[in-house]
Design a protein around this ligand. Structure first.
Ligand SMILES: [Zn+2]
Length: 166
């Protein structure tokens, strides 16, 4: 067997800056896609680093997990991944995207719940997009109305696995 699944949840910093586009207009002026490009660049460079570390000759498949609270436009993100993968080891890689649902746990009463994106208004969701910690300003425990809760799912971006041949 030359192919090997490599599993590790490699977290991508959500404040990743897209280095090559620093001189471009601010996200508000460019349709808000800077976020997706920054994350895509961080994902690609992480996968390339892992592939190199493992001595990969090819990467046939990869799985990226996206937290729902990151509010990522998967179409832009996917496009950015394809563009950034060109001319690299990842050019022919089948890159799969999977959403991780937002999950919360109340610290006051222990209640756990999920949040559908539609339950947050668009301004609020935009704010959470840039600063997930703002979730606390908009969300309350549906059982006891406490604003004191943990975000237990739906944050961040991960490389879940890459499948390499050596
Ligand atoms: Zn509660």
């Amino acid at each position: 067997m030359l192919e090997d699944f490599w599993y590790r949840r490699e977290e991508i910093p959500s404040d990743a800056a897209f280095r090559n586009h620093l001189n471009n207009p601010l996200p508000s002026e460019s349709g808000g896609c800077l976020h997706e490009w920054a994350l895509a660049e961080a994902v690609i460079s992480t996968m390339l680093a892992v592939a190199k570390e493992k001595g990969a000759k090819a990467v046939s498949e990869a799985m990226i997990k996206l937290g729902r609270l990151q509010n990522i436009d998967t179409e832009i993100f996917n496009h950015a991944l394809r563009e950034l993968a060109k001319g690299t080891l990842l050019e022919k890689t089948e890159i799969k995207l999977e959403m991780e649902e937002s999950r919360f746990k109340c610290r006051a009463c222990g209640h756990e719940w999920k949040l559908a994106p539609s339950e947050v208004g668009s301004d609020e969701s935009e704010a959470i997009h840039f600063i997930p910690d703002l979730a606390h300003a908009f969300i309350r425990c549906p059982r006891c109305r406490s604003p004191d809760f943990e975000i237990t799912g739906g944050r961040g971006v991960w490389v879940e696995y890459i499948r390499i041949s050596t």
